[in-house]
Design a protein around this ligand. Structure first.
Ligand code: AMP
Length: 423
């Protein structure tokens, strides 16, 4: 038997309401802040990601699904969205139409990671990008929207962590200071961190190895070496978050090891999802658009993992999944009435009622059982001499009341009964 590929999973009908619920909240919150949806292709030229995410990142160096098509062009399934969004922003000159372009997305992503709880090879992210302004209030807006979405889902156990990386000049200066600090401790670092010491020293902070973390405990922190502008912007972000009541912690270890990330970075984590605790992460990337061939344009964004968020909801029991139900199930007593049943079903459906009936020639008893299973609000029973006389039975499943009604009045009576039951 052929099974789904490791690290991928089917989203089954029994789970789909949760996805709809999450997607609706995402769309609602982003719309309130006037972000518009963008959909970019599933694959892009590989070089876009190499430049837009960084050759030395884990994503680009070991996790991408890269293949050549028949014309030998190297293509990659998107492992994240920012690079594609920025590519589209430049390609369609979105900035000339709208000097501040606010975009959001919901999309599958692909990374060849080691599958575990909360980590897949095909997963879904939603996110937002605000391109065109250096205002730190937009950094705060991005954090605020992410937090609102998670809160609206009913999540309680959230921690917002923020940091600032400064601009490249102050960061380069700091890197030298960090290098000096680590120089005589280099041999005690893990192999990965020793490599990073030479290639990308900031990312040593990403190390999960305990001995590395012990060494880093006394390390000088970038946050104490910020340039004036970054320092002021960080103050604005913090002040705004305080004003609107979003609690946060400063985490000096939140680094993004690439030069085009600047100033604010943040993550929102949940203790309820195991070791893969980051629900979303983002920050400012004032130099990325230029790196990808556009005019120098500042930007800030977030990406959030939807599977992980749904897992957090499940583990916090925060989901009030809407009940599954249908409005009307039509039970047919005589097999000959098949066409009539389908015709009435179609008349009711045109009024936007959720209607189903039997297509399996089941017994009346089995049809009633099906109506119960589907949580039907009303059951219409058709057949026998009664139907020949122009009548059918309508049963209200919430109180069990059953009455005879005229066939031509079915639509009107059911609509009125539904209206009544809403009151
Ligand atoms: P990143 O793009 O790596 O900053 O990730 C942003 C968010 O996407 C993370 O906080 C996770 O919630 C989610 N995420 C990243 N990688 C995976 C994965 N392999 N499987 C599931 N979710 C992921």
């Amino acid at each position: 038997m052929i099974k789904a590929v490791t690290g991928t999973k089917d989203i089954l009908p029994s789970e789909i309401n949760r996805w709809y619920y999450l997607e609706n909240i995402i769309k609602e919150v982003f719309s309130v802040f006037n972000y518009k949806e963008i959909r970019t292709p599933i694959f892009e030229e590989t070089s876009l990601f190499a430049r837009g995410i960084g050759e030395e990142t884990d994503i680009v160096s070991k996790e991408m699904y890269t293949f050549s098509d028949r014309s030998e062009t190297s293509l990659t399934l998107k492992p994240e969205m920012t690079a594609g969004v920025v590519r589209a922003y430049i390609e369609h000159s979105l900035g000339t139409l709208q000097p501040l372009t606010k975009l959001f997305y919901i999309s599958p992503m692909f990374r060849q990671e080691r599958p575990q709880a909360g980590r897949f090879r095909q997963f879904h992210q939603f996110g937002a990008e605000a391109i065109g302004s250096t205002s730190p209030l937009l950094d705060a807006e991005i954090i605020q929207m992410s937090y609102h979405i998670l809160k609206q889902l009913g999540l309680k156990d959230l921690t917002v962590k923020i940091n600032s990386l400064g601009v490249p000049v102050s960061r380069e200066n700091y890197k030298k200071i960090l290098k000096e600090f680590l120089q005589d401790k280099k041999n005690k670092l893990s192999e990965d961190s020793r490599k990073r010491f030479d290639t990308n020293i900031l990312r040593i902070f990403d190390s999960k190895v305990e001995s590395d973390q012990n060494i880093l405990k006394d390390a000088p922190l970038l946050i104490n070496y910020l340039d004036e502008e970054s320092k002021n912007d960080f103050e604005v972000v913090k002040e705004f978050l305080i004003r609107i009541g979003i609690p946060f912690e400063i985490d000096a270890a939140l680094v993004r090891g690439l030069d085009y990330y600047t100033k604010t970075t943040f993550e929102i984590i949940s203790k309820k999802v195991g070791s893969q605790s980051a629900l979303c992460g983002g920050g400012r990337y004032d130099l990325l658009i230029e790196e990808l061939g556009g005019k120098p344009t500042p930007g800030v964004g977030v990406a959030a993992g939807m599977e992980r968020i749904l897992l957090a909801c499940e583990n916090e029991n925060s989901f009030s999944t809407p009940d599954q139900f249908i409005d009307v199930y039509i039970v047919r007593i005589d097999k000959e009435l098949e066409l009539e049943v389908s015709e009435i079903a179609s008349r009711l459906r045109r009024k936007n009622l959720i209607v189903d009936c039997d297509y399996l020639s089941r017994s009346v008893k089995a049809q009633m059982r099906e109506a119960n299973k589907l949580n039907a609000k009303f059951v219409l029973i058709m057949g026998g001499d009664e139907y020949k006389n122009g009548d059918v039975q309508l049963k209200n499943m919430s109180d069990g009341e059953q009455k005879t009604i005229k066939t031509e009045k079915i639509v009107e009576i059911i609509l009125a009964a539904k209206e009544q039951s809403h009151k």
